[in-house]
Design a protein around this ligand. Structure first.
Ligand SMILES: Cc1cc2nc3c(=O)[nH]c(=O)nc-3n(C[C@H](O)[C@H](O)[C@H](O)COP(=O)(O)O)c2cc1C
Length: 187
């Protein structure tokens, strides 16, 4: 696929619309080669990825639910179940985080997160190029130590999001995009 056509054709698919097939572990590794081409100040390679499939998605759902119960004591069982279900909507979930190098003399933490975000965008485009669909999702779990710790993150690290990956059950409507002229000025 032509690179411009690929980038102009990519759009997110709601996680609940994602079904098999999802890329295999081998394909994920191949796709991640594009993430390794993200701009990266200081060549810190701060991005980290964790594949979560099958039963492990249920384990992630349990983590979401128990973290919510601590964050908001008194959450009703229906809401806990909803939180649990957020992890099992798509066949593959990729947790993405930035392993922050603290007090770097030249690369503040925000730049390390920016590099990870660029890696995510490369990956989203690569997934689209290979015929897969995806969405990046964040929310309160990303900022919750009771979610970060069991996934292996230190408190200093930034959980950038969860990329839900699969194949869209049905193609969603093509989104209208803003006119770039509205965002560009000449100085
Ligand atoms: C940092 C970040 C966090 C996001 N978190 C969520 C989220 O929690 N839930 C959600 O439905 N969409 C979330 N999105 C938005 C979608 O991933 C998607 O980009 C957005 O709906 C625009 O659609 P598009 O990708 O088709 O342009 C997030 C996007 C970014 C960049």
């Amino acid at each position: 696929m032509d690179a411009m056509a690929c980038m102009l054709g990519r759009q997110s698919t709601p996680a609940g619309m994602l079904v098999e097939p999802a890329p295999s572990d081998e394909e994920v590794l191949k796709l991640l080669e594009t993430a390794m081409r993200a701009p990266d100040h200081g060549a810190l390679q701060p991005w980290r990825f964790l594949t979560i499939r099958g039963q492990r998605r249920r384990d992630l759902g349990d983590i979401f639910a128990s973290a919510l119960a601590v964050r908001e004591p008194g959450t009703v069982p229906d809401e806990l179940e909803k939180a649990r279900g957020k992890a099992t909507r798509a066949p593959l979930v990729l947790a993405v985080w930035t392993e922050i190098v603290e007090d770097h003399p030249k690369v503040p933490a925000i730049e390390q997160v920016v590099a990870t975000a660029a890696a995510v965008q490369n990956l989203l485009n690569a997934l689209h190029a290979r015929g897969y669909d995806a969405i990046l999702v964040t929310g309160a779990p990303c900022y919750d130590e009771n979610v970060k710790a069991p996934l292996g993150l230190a408190p200093k690290d930034a959980l950038v999001g969860f990329i839900h990956i699969g194949t869209a059950k049905t193609a969603g409507p093509v989104k209208k995009r803003p006119d770039p002229a509205e965002f560009l000025q000449t100085w």
